[in-house]
Design a protein around this ligand. Structure first.
Ligand SMILES: [Zn+2]
Length: 474
């Protein structure tokens, strides 16, 4: 159940605040196969018309935006964010998190349930909905826990969670280890028509691992988090999805073998899908050894795309802004994720936006929490690694951020069909800028991409026909 934004309006409207004419943009709507240069007319929060001669139909006094040279697409959806409310509002709130999302071009997000307390009962769902109704700039969807307290012991009340408005269940941050319990969760989820999302991590295999098990874990003397620790659970999920017929979506996949497992399972028609996050297909584990090592070992291909004379971003050895779960993996894994996105094996892009306070991250590597922020860099990193490299067309990339997550979550979003909610993102795929985490809208600054030159940027974010954020000067 979405919580609609209060409608922050940056300009005084000359017409109804949720009516708008966007002219001269390249309108890309993968859901309908649309890709044309033209206008998009929004009346009363709904898409009213799109095409070449639409402006003739627009009321005279309507507010208009010139999107010449920019892409106009369905509002981006991120199916993997942590907004930390309730319980950890020092890290992020729904207000700050949704502003970061709006600045990144997102009109809808799915919040993970590993809050404090966890979203494992209807009362907490209602609490989060009420907070979102008061402070969210964009649509906030909520996922519920699979197990009580995300402890993996006892099933949460899945039917009541659905009735309270969750659109999916997951124990993200944790992983249900008991296969029998997971089987029952899938059987219940099927009864309630809820997709199941899973953070794939076998606790025994991963143990206290903090970085990818490989050359750098050995060289740096850090405990390894082996790829097999993810792959075993992906394989388990494939078998359980086949047995129960329930769709299982594997979150933030990091390893080449996980991609291969999903590819083969999909060929057999098993209801399984996979998500990739920009950090996993941009960075590698060599980043833990510091920037010098990264640029030398695995970063040359990235730095070649930077503007001439731009200094290479630098960071020290053991920088905890490069610590996330699952960890950054090898060059080979990074390539396999991109290949999986390119051939359609991985259908969804997500940020796993996971804010943490400085004082928590500024500790020894072993003790720092896993996770990085990602909403403000997701679109531009996807453009850099998938579109500007020629691996995906814009339409194919946008599909993984709009209609595909909408289908997974069974929400009526992700399209610009006439009559659809007017959630729209306008972005310039070419605009050059530099990401500075100190300027982030998020309450937390734990991004590894500080000082990175970027290519491509959101210019305006429109929710139900209202401009909730736009770039200065646009
Ligand atoms: Zn996770």
């Amino acid at each position: 159940m979405p919580c609609f934004p209060p409608g922050v309006q940056q300009n005084t409207p000359t017409f109804a605040v949720n009516s708008l004419l966007i002219t001269n943009g390249r309108i890309i709507d993968p859901a309908s196969g649309t890709d044309l240069v033209g206008d998009l007319l929004i009346i009363d929060g709904k898409v009213s018309a799109l095409g070449k001669d639409v402006r003739a139909k627009a009321p005279k006094e309507i507010q208009s935006i010139d999107a010449k040279g920019a892409v106009v697409c369905p509002g981006l959806i991120d199916s993997h964010v942590h907004f930390r409310e309730p319980g950890q509002s020092a890290k992020e709130t729904i207000g700050t998190g949704t502003l970061a999302a709006a600045r990144g071009g997102f009109t809808s997000v799915l919040c993970m349930p590993n809050t404090s307390p966890a979203i494992d009962n209807p009362a907490t769902v209602v609490l989060v909905r009420e907070k979102a109704e008061k402070s969210a700039l964009i649509n906030v969807y909520i996922s519920g826990a699979i197990t009580k307290g995300i402890e993996g012991e006892e099933l949460a009340p899945i039917g009541s969670l659905k009735n309270a408005g969750v659109v999916a269940i997951t124990d993200d941050g944790h992983c249900v280890q008991n296969n029998e319990l997971m089987r029952r969760a899938l059987e219940y989820a099927r009864m309630f028509d809820l997709p199941v999302l899973d953070h794939c991590q076998d606790y025994a295999l991963v143990s206290d691992g903090v970085v990818h098990e490989g050359y750098y874990s050995t060289e740096l003397g850090l405990h390894g988090w082996p790829a097999i620790g993810e792959e075993v659970i992906v394989a388990r999920n494939i078998l359980l999805a086949e047995l129960t017929g329930t769709h299982v979506h594997c979150q933030h996949l990091s390893s080449a073998n996980s991609v291969a497992l999903i590819r083969r399972a999909k060929e057999r028609g098993i209801p399984i899908s996979g998500e990739a996050c920009p950090h996993h297909f941009t960075l590698t584990d060599s980043a833990i050894a510091g920037s010098e090592e990264f640029w030398k070992a695995d970063g040359e291909i990235l730095s070649r795309a930077f503007p001439e004379n731009h200094p290479l971003p630098s960071w020290p050895l053991f920088d905890t802004n490069f610590k996330m779960n699952p960890p950054l993996r090898s060059h080979h894994d990074r390539e396999a994720l991109i290949e999986g996105l390119a051939d359609g094996t991985l259908e969804i892009l997500g940020s796993d936006h996971a804010p943490h306070c400085d004082f928590q991250k500024e500790v020894e590597f072993d003790y720092a929490p896993f996770g990085i922020t990602g909403l403000e860099t997701e679109l531009t990193l996807c453009l850099a690694q998938l579109y500007h490299t020629g691996k995906l067309t814009l339409s194919k990339m946008i599909e993984k951020m709009t209609v595909n997550p909408a289908k997974l979550l069974r929400i009526e979003k992700g399209t610009l069909d006439v009559g659809a909610d007017a959630d729209v993102t306008i972005f310039d795929p070419e605009r050059r800028w530099v990401y500075k985490r100190a300027e982030s809208a998020s309450k937390s600054l734990n991004s590894p991409f500080d000082g990175w030159p970027m290519r491509g940027k959101a210019l305006a974010t429109i929710v139900n026909g209202r401009i909730v954020w736009k770039e200065e000067g646009f």
